[in-house]
Design a protein around this ligand. Sequence first.
Ligand code: SF4
Length: 240
Amino acid sequence: MSDGLRESLMAVYERMLSRYGPQGWWPGGPGFEMMVGAVLTQAASWANVESALANLRSAGALTPRAIRAIPQDELARLVHPSGYYNAKARKLKALAEYIGERFDDDLDAMAHEDVDTLRNDLLGVYGIGEETADDILLYAMGKPSFVVDAYTRRLFWRLGLAPAKGSYAGYRAPFMQHLPKDPRLFGEYHALVVRHGKEVCKKEPVCEGCCLLEVCPTGQDRTGGSASLASSDSEEVKPV
Ligand code: SF4
């Protein structure tokens, strides 16, 4: 294990936690609504996802059984606010079929499944890619499976902690291999990355006053200083 990389990742986490505080994303247990949200949030803002979830709630369609029973065109109408509604209706049907066939709709039984097995299963369900699978595992199942999204890629590239391979797996590996397998840490970390990416490390970053400026080579380049974050001694992560 690379203690240097672990220290760097934890330093980034602690600085963001100190600046923003806990983000309160933790849902408190297995939840089908969280799984539906993970599918609906693909290429959609959370505000639009909440609108679609409200429609599903009003229609009594937030259980796997109800999703299976409802006609697909009606389901598409309910999730319309989240965009790509026909595709997302099909994806929700596929997820509900999987949960019914594999776990008889018992989400507690699903949550007791081994994380790697469950991840492989989910990646085999229509419309569920790696980010959605990890969203489901982490926030709906409470499993230690780190979520990588566009904010994660942008931030860690700018911090000089981008992986040699720019794949999803390449970005995810340092977190999975060097941080404690703690779902609360992973959940809070991802939420903080999203907060930081939306408010500060945006497409055009606001480096002055950023809580990561002291450890960010990109920020130091932009403001004329020098970063002090220990560079990784891991082979899979390279300084930018
Ligand atoms: S210093 Fe700038 S580039 Fe670095 S994390 Fe902060 S906002 Fe992003």
